[in-house]
Write a protein that binds this ligand. Sequence first.
Ligand code: HEC
Length: 131
Amino acid sequence: MAKFRHVKNNYSVLFLVMILLSACSDRAEENKSSVDPKPEPLVASTEVSAGGNIAAGQARAMVCRACHGPAGISSNDLWPNLAGQKKDYLVKQLKDFRAGIREDAMMAPMVRDLTDEHIADLGAYYSSLPE
Ligand code: HEC
């Protein structure tokens, strides 16, 4: 019963986070239009961060939320927060888990089928979240 309440609570947190995220992206849209219209070729979109796509990372992170939280802040002392972590660090850890250089029974199956592109997207997504 206590476990069930916990799960229900997680869904309401998830819901709040989705509202917050959509509010943030609305604001990003507004900001974009007030910025100098001259296009910057390499950083043309708020969604793309060098070597990773935030939106694609967010979609792929659905499975990660169970442990790392809906906004990259975990609810368990043994599961690290990922929000706001450096992107290159995240990418390195995920590749190390995939290569078996860093070992963890929970993380190993999570990264087994990830490509370098998936990992870059996840790194871009989690590093973009507020700590
Ligand atoms: C079943 C729970 C679980 C799931 C699901 C999970 N993780 Fe983890 N993750 C962990 C645990 C536990 C650790 C800490 C491992 C250790 O102690 O070395 C960890 C560590 C990490 C780290 C290293 C963080 C650091 O500070 O060094 C990254 C990055 C990470 N996870 C990303 C992900 C991503 C991306 C996903 C989804 C594809 C994911 N995790 C899914 C449990 C999980």
